[in-house]
Design a protein around this ligand. Structure first.
Ligand code: DC
Length: 229
């Protein structure tokens, strides 16, 4: 068996609370946080900006291999263009499941994620972190919640009042993410599943931090943290 790496993987469907929980857990444990959804969203913003069709696998793959994405202090930029607001907008949200299903897009971004976080000390959130990107992550958590609860949270987050619309968008993305042939969304065999319907983000984060302390801190292992941003 390979040595575990100091990565805390958090996977799960949209609206399960991954981003909020990952930020809280990272703060509790003094780790850094990588939102891999933001990488897929950034590539999608670049694809739309260049007028490329989201179903054009080859051109989307070229974009993913070529662009430079920077994530820092909650801001996202692609080749120096700030796309922080755009990546959360309706256009990117509608196209991202299709763009992120292309194998060449995934290959480029998986490599990027491994380079960033391989030295450990990272909380990495996404859809395939425990299954594909870091199969040796020391702790894998699969966060989930019922579609109606996830829709309510997402609606609050984006200021949308039409709950049915948000829920059907969430269900559409769930289906796209979990049925794509390359790296479908699913819990890793050794993931701990946490259902967040009746828990606050603080409660979920505290539970995950406790799991990490048992798994990692008590193993006596350490990690090397990169010094640059
Ligand atoms: O978590 P999010 O809503 O920002 O993710 C946006 C999209 O990116 C989602 O539809 C699936 C995709 N994604 C992915 O395929 N793999 C990841 N590791 C993270 C996100």
């Amino acid at each position: 068996m390979s040595e575990p790496v100091a990565v805390l993987a958090i996977d799960g469907p949209g609206g399960a609370g991954k981003s909020t929980v990952a930020a809280l857990v990272a703060r509790l444990l003094g780790m850094r946080r990588l939102d891999t959804g933001a990488l897929y969203r950034a590539v999608t913003a670049a694809v739309l900006h260049e007028g490329i069709a989201p179903d054009d696998a080859e051109s989307c793959g070229d974009v993913a291999a070529r662009v430079h994405i920077a994530l820092s202090d909650g801001r996202v930029s692609v080749d120096g263009r700030d796309v922080t607001t755009e990546v959360r907008g309706a256009e990117v949200t509608a196209a991202v499941a299709m763009v992120s299903a292309h194998p060449r897009v995934r290959r480029a971004l998986v490599e990027h994620q491994r380079e960033l976080a391989a030295r450990g000390g990272w909380v990495v959130e996404g859809r395939d972190i425990g299954t594909v990107v870091f199969p040796d992550a020391a702790l894998k958590v699969y966060l989930t919640a019922s579609p109606s609860v996830r829709a309510r949270r997402r609606a609050r987050e984006i200021g949308e009042t039409d709950l049915d619309r948000v829920e059907s968008e969430i269900r559409r993305r769930d289906t796209a993410d979990s049925t794509r042939p390359d790296s479908p969304l699913r819990p890793a065999d050794d993931a701990v599943t946490v259902v967040t319907d009746d828990l606050t983000a603080d409660e979920v984060a505290a539970e995950i931090a406790t799991l990490w302390r048992h798994r990692w801190d008590q193993s006596g292992r350490t990690w090397t943290t990169r010094t640059e941003g």
